[in-house]
Design a protein around this ligand. Structure first.
Ligand code: SF4
Length: 442
């Protein structure tokens, strides 16, 4: 039976934690062992379930405390907000996690915290929670621990011995904008813990090569989160930073969180009626292009196009800007070239290369392989005579054929920052339809 006091804390601290989106859990596989509680399943990502608003909820997503000495403008838990506050003791949180796990409510823990006293004081408590879970309760489920910006190397190192994944949120890609909204933070306080995590993982890899049973350090690597739409940071700035972070061998995911207007009274922030979900979705798609489609960041956004096209996905946008690359002969072109064709995903590209060794591929075979011919037809030639490609039709015509006319036109950039154009010296960004965000990208 759960103590009422703990239940109240749970309500407050789960509510306070819900705005953090970086809680996907894939990345670790750990079997159940005798004497331990639970297991961690990789691949499918045991904790991938999403609430109505698209946020992941299947981990116990909780804060140790929502008290905070900082006053970050974009955060619901900032010290100047008058809201119910609570703090779990280490034992309360450990027992709660174990209880939820035993009842099969959760498959892991996503733990973050406001900053109390100072970063190390807070981090030390977070570490105690995960340490007790692992060492006293033999908890073997997934743990994602948010490290506190500015925490020391020693505490980060200890955290890595018990957590599957560690993360430190960048929040805002441009440091000047970050300091304007969160004066107590800077990039150094985020990048330093990130480098400690990286060092820990790499050293651990060497240790495990020498000694098989050396304890693992943050086996699911690290992730981070950037808020989108709270500042005038361009998609170019955001994606350039992501690209840089992905060059580190331990950065697994950058999450993009459309800014939710939780502190509308703060005039430093844009007055958004709804989070920029289409933009958030386009950033995820661009992120996929960088990670799985061999795109460089400056092929997706550059000085001439600092923002992603909200009307079409970034791969199609790139193809429309580069008709000279097309049409691609799917029966001859290299895998990397085929991968760039709109309508062809990683799986289809692999299947094309494997299947064409046996027979020439035509429209029917490509459709069977899973190619979205509605899109791809303007960019390829195949066994049959080519239909009209982008070069005969012009990019504008292809665009109009592929974009469904929006009922309601919203320009998220313009809504958020009416002064964008002036700042960027560009004409109006294209209008966009409000679509349900999807990560589907071909
Ligand atoms: S430090 Fe974290 S919890 Fe505290 S105000 Fe800033 S974002 Fe919110």
């Amino acid at each position: 039976m759960m103590n009422e006091n703990v239940l109240n804390k749970l309500k407050i601290l789960a509510e306070s934690a819900k705005y953090d989106v970086s809680c996907s859990s894939s990345g670790t596989v750990r079997a159940n062992k005798q004497g331990t509680l639970g297991n961690t399943v990789g691949g499918f990502g045991i904790c991938h379930s999403f609430a109505e608003d698209g946020r992941c909820i299947s981990l116990l997503k909780i804060m140790l405390t929502n008290y905070c000495i900082y006053d970050c403008a974009y955060c619901i838990n900032r010290r100047s907000n008058d809201l119910p506050r609570a703090t779990f003791s280490v034992t309360e949180l450990v027992n709660l996690t174990i209880e939820f796990y035993r009842r099969n409510y959760i498959e892991g823990l996503f733990l973050s915290s406001g900053v109390v006293r100072n970063p190390d004081y807070t981090m030390e408590r977070l570490v105690r929670v995960v340490k007790d879970l692992r060492t006293i309760h033999r908890f073997n489920g997934y743990i994602h621990l948010k490290s506190i910006p500015g925490a020391s190397r020693e505490l980060i190192h200890e955290a890595g011995l018990y957590a599957d994944r560690l993360s430190v949120n960048v929040e805002i890609s441009d440091e000047t904008h970050l300091k304007r909204l969160a004066p107590e933070k800077d990039h150094q306080s985020v990048f330093a813990p990130m480098s400690y995590i990286q060092q820990g993982v790499l050293e651990n890899k060497e240790d495990r090569q020498r000694y098989r049973y050396a304890p693992r350090f943050a086996p699911a690597g690290q992730s981070t989160q950037m808020i989108v739409g709270a500042t005038p940071d361009t998609d170019q700035a955001i994606l350039s930073l992501s690209s840089l972070l992905y060059q580190g061998p331990t950065m697994r995911r950058v999450y993009y969180s459309g800014y939710i207007s939780v502190n509308a009274y703060d005039k430093r922030l844009p007055a958004l009626k709804q989070p920029p979900l289409v933009r958030e979705n386009r950033l995820y798609q661009a992120d996929w292009l960088m990670r799985f489609y061999q795109f460089k960041v400056d092929e997706i956004v550059d000085d001439a196009y600092p923002h992603l096209d909200l009307e079409v996905d970034p791969k199609l946008a790139w193809a429309l800007r580069h008709p000279e690359y097309f049409p691609v002969d799917v029966n001859k072109a290299d895998y990397e070239v085929i991968l760039r064709v709109p309508g062809i995903g990683v799986k289809s590209a692999r299947l094309i290369v494997a299947s064409r060794r046996f027979s020439k591929l035509g429209f029917y075979q490509l459709k069977k392989i899973g190619v979205v011919m509605k899109k791809a037809q303007y960019f390829i030639t195949c066994h049959e005579l080519p239909m009209q490609t982008i070069n005969e039709l012009t990019p504008q015509r292809v665009r109009s054929l592929l974009v469904t006319k929006p009922k309601k036109r919203v320009d998220e950039h313009q809504l958020a920052f009416p002064f964008y154009d002036e700042m960027l010296g560009t004409t109006s960004a294209p209008v966009t339809e409000e679509v349900t965000p999807t990560l589907f990208l071909e």
